[in-house]
Write a protein that binds this ligand. Structure first.
Ligand SMILES: C[S@@+](CC[C@H](N)C(=O)[O-])C[C@H]1O[C@@H](n2cnc3c(N)ncnc32)[C@H](O)[C@@H]1O
Length: 225
């Protein structure tokens, strides 16, 4: 076997093209590159399927959003736009629970998160326990597209821009008139915010549903004329 021969004293690698020839400097060659590409693809897929997106089988692909945690500045800005408000606060896709925990800490109660990823639910519950909020905040394994939001007054959404249009329809159909929605990273493209805070990636936008409804109805009437 080549392995055994290679261990014999005086063994030299073959000439280019011969079996056992290795390019000087350890370059991989076509087969090595292919193996590396397959292994990297498998690693990326495994990370996606096992760590980031378990529990999402029943969610249509176009609505799936992977975990990308908010930065401390994004968390602070979001909660500043909800300061002093009453009623139920929810984070739609609560990840590791950081927004819900901070909301509770700042007096927004009850505070809860909907999340499908079981690893993130465990992490969020662990963080709640560590912060002394066990039993005070809730992280529920529910699909945000299937929960009814009619009793939510403060809604936080840190989701991809691709899901904003269907989410806008759901929020408009279900939220009470006095609800406020805070969006991080990407604004709702067809809504006018009542206020905004931060710059660049840290920017967050607040929308008062009553105002948004008035605007949407106004433009629907205009288009009928
Ligand atoms: C961009 S991350 C934001 C996490 C957290 N809100 C934060 O800002 O740190 C989006 C989260 O939504 C969750 N998610 C995506 N689609 C969901 C769905 N249909 N139902 C519940 N959670 C969902 C993902 O697992 C992910 O944790």
């Amino acid at each position: 076997m080549a392995m055994d021969r290679a261990m014999e004293p005086g063994w030299e690698p073959g000439e280019p093209g011969e079996p056992g020839w290795a390019r000087p400097g350890g370059a991989l060659g076509a087969r090595g590159l292919l193996a590396l590409a397959v292994a990297s693809g498998a690693a990326v897929w495994a990370t996606w399927a096992v760590l980031l997106m378990p529990g999402f089988r029943r969610v249509p692909l176009r609505l799936q959003v992977p975990f990308q945690p908010s930065s401390p500045r994004q968390v602070a800005n979001s909660l500043a736009l909800l300061r002093g408000r009453a009623g139920k606060t929810v984070d739609l896709g609560s990840g590791d629970g950081r927004l819900v925990l901070e909301a509770y800490k700042q007096g927004l109660r009850p505070a809860l998160g909907y999340e499908l990823n079981p690893w993130l639910l465990c992490l969020a519950n662990y963080r709640a326990w560590k912060a002394g909020y066990h039993g005070k905040v809730s992280f529920l394994k529910k699909d945000l597209w299937k929960v009814n939001l009619s009793d939510c007054h403060n809604v936080i959404v840190f989701l991809a821009p691709s899901v904003k249009p269907p989410l806008a329809s759901k929020l408009l159909a279900e939220l009470p008139d006095d609800a406020r929605v805070v969006a991080g990273r990407y604004p709702f493209p067809s809504w006018t915010p009542s206020s905004t805070l931060g710059q660049g990636l840290d920017q967050v936008w607040a929308y008062d549903i009553k105002e948004v409804r008035r605007e949407v109805q106004g433009s629907a009437q205009q288009s009928q004329l």
